[in-house]
Design a protein around this ligand. Structure first.
Ligand code: URA
Ligand code: CA
Length: 434
């Protein structure tokens, strides 16, 4: 087989076979196929797309390019959740303990990464002592006994995707459904999940800004998952404004604690119930979505969900007493209210800009080398649709820097006020399953 012939075949719109796709991915991972040929191939895919079969084959070729996590020692159906990413998305912190509390095994492999705030591990490290450096044996045993554990990313997962994603980034070939869908799904599958719930975000703060684009991506991922034998479904949810109130690491842990007791922001709670119900059904712990939702609500009301979070923190060395006393979480030196200088209704909260402001305060990493400040971040006091009077606090800023004039100005410009009532945005647009 020659790469040039396969590039030509794709350029001419002819579907590649499984063997051909494996040849490309193996060759590229090993370094036998150079970047310039892979770039041409990615561009051909951009223009000619891939069939369902090709997308499934590409996903599995990337899965097989590296290590695969074996969760077979864990009893039950392991369900993973993936979000395409947004601002202040606290769902993972809530969903883990929430679904574990009704018997769904959650074996979470998580990372740190770049972004507006830290990753799930960074957030959890706001809890004194919390440790993800556990052995695989400990990980398996914790999930078997307590249904929930988090371990740091280890092993060499989907090296083909790492290399190809970096190449796509500099060749204008990121934004194409077959490559995005296979990239995301390969990572989830290599991490060992039996079933996958996808939270595909849409709106100004999301990767897929447009609802129709989000649907196309969601359908593509659901199709790949089911074609390769992992039950997969997707929810399309709103990211036209940040989710919940808190954006920042310790602040989101506090928000998760509130939400696990049914005292959190309503949008975050609702999204967690919707995603959680799907996870419970895929894990076969309930036979209908309504039944699953009822189980989760009862667990929040009875304190079972919160207890599951405490146990999880204690199991991994964390100070579980923060759950009853969140003032033990890291706190910032300066608490500053950003107040409204005119009255009206909130019509927009530009999520990207709010996220960037949180990052500038130190809540997230701009580069791999940046240090995160776990204490800092933002709390939104108003959301889209809310009425605002002059002097009302729009945002509470938690900062360890004294002079944040510029950051405050950028937050102020990111929150638009108009003089007529505005409807709150729809939270859940659609459910997509096989
Ligand atoms: N996120 C990924 O992991 N891969 C893509 O290709 C795009 C977004
Ligand atoms: Ca949040």
């Amino acid at each position: 087989m020659r790469m040039v012939d396969l590039i030509q075949k794709k350029r001419d719109g002819i579907a590649l076979t499984k063997e051909e796709i494996h040849f490309i991915i193996q060759g590229y991972t090993k370094g036998d196929i150079p970047d310039y040929q892979m770039s041409a191939f990615a561009m051909a895919v951009y223009f000619k797309d891939m069939t369902s079969q090709e997308r499934a084959d590409l996903t599995m070729a990337m899965v097989e390019s590296g290590d695969q996590i074996d969760l077979s020692m864990i009893e039950g159906i392991k369900v993973d959740k993936h979000s395409t990413g947004g601002v202040g998305d606290t769902t993972t912190l809530v969903l883990g303990p929430l679904v574990a509390s009704v018997g769904v095994p959650v074996a979470k492999m998580s990372g740190r990464g770049l972004g507006h705030t830290g990753g799930t591990i960074d957030k959890l490290e706001a809890v004194e002592g919390f440790n993800v450096e556990i052995t695989n044996e400990q990980f398996v045993s914790l999930v078997n006994q307590h249904k929930l554990a988090v371990i740091g990313q280890s092993g060499n997962l989907t090296p083909a995707d790492k290399k190809l994603y970096a190449l796509r980034d500099v060749t204008a070939t990121v934004n194409t459904v077959p490559l995005i869908a296979s990239s995301i799904m390969s990572k989830k599958i290599a991490a060992g999940a039996d079933a996958i719930v996808l939270d595909v975000k849409t709106g100004a703060g999301a990767f897929m800004k447009d609802l129709e684009d989000a649907k196309v991506l969601a359908k593509a991922m659901v199709e790949i998952g089911n074609n390769v034998g992992r039950k997969t479904m997707a929810i399309i949810s709103d990211m036209s404004q940040p989710l919940g109130f808190a954006i920042g690491n310790a602040l989101e842990v506090k928000e998760a604690i509130d939400t696990l007791q049914g005292k959190g922001p309503k949008d975050l709670e609702e999204l967690c119930l919707v995603l959680g119900s799907q996870m419970v059904c895929l894990a076969e712990k309930a036979s209908t979505i309504e039944e699953a939702r009822e189980l989760l609500i009862q667990s929040m009301q009875s304190g079972q969900a919160l207890a599951s979070f405490k146990t999880f923190l204690r199991n991994q060395g964390g100070d579980e007493t923060v759950v009853d006393d969140p003032t033990k979480l890291p706190t910032a030196t300066y608490i500053i209210e950003l107040t409204a200088d005119k009255e009206g209704y909130v019509s927009e909260i530009i999520a990207d800009e709010i996220g960037t402001a949180a990052m500038k305060l130190g809540a997230g990493r701009a580069t791999k080398e940046s240090e995160i400040d776990l204490a800092v971040g933002l709390e939104l006091n108003k959301k889209i649709g809310d009425r605002v009077q002059v002097g009302d606090s729009l945002v509470t800023i938690h900062s360890n820097q004294e002079d944040i004039q510029e950051i405050m100005e950028s937050i102020r410009t990111a929150i638009k006020l108009v003089d007529h009532p505005v409807a709150a945005p729809t939270l859940i647009y659609e459910t997509i399953d096989a």
